[in-house]
Design a protein around this ligand. Structure first.
Ligand SMILES: [Zn+2]
Length: 101
């Protein structure tokens, strides 16, 4: 296992892990509920993290991450009409409830 990415938002971590898994790169999200302890421990320990199962996937995962960041930079966010959570504008489905955006 190798730590690949420290996210600021839980949905960032999940989106990345989903895309990685879709690309055949085994990825896991850790610390999804840990942000409440920010302040007691270094932030990079408390924030949601994406870990790769195989270190050799790191290069492909980095390319995918850069692509996602470029997409997101074009974006902004959209609010779900079902649950009112914000999702990045490049999402097709709400990250929270799965409704079509
Ligand atoms: Zn929703």
């Amino acid at each position: 296992m190798i730590r690949f990415y420290v996210a600021h938002q839980r949905f960032d971590a999940y989106l990345l892990a989903d895309r990685l898994n879709q690309a055949g790169i085994k990825a896991h999200v850790f610390n999804e509920h840990a942000s409440s302890i920010v302040g007691d421990v270094p932030p990079d320990v408390a924030q949601p993290q994406v870990w790769l199962a195989r270190e050799q996937d790191c290069e492909r995962a980095t390319i995918l991450l850069r692509t996602m960041e470029a997409d997101a930079a074009r974006g902004g966010s959209v609010r779900c009409t079902h649950c009112s959570e914000e999702s990045p504008a490049n999402f097709d489905l709400c990250w929270n409830c799965g409704a079509l955006l």
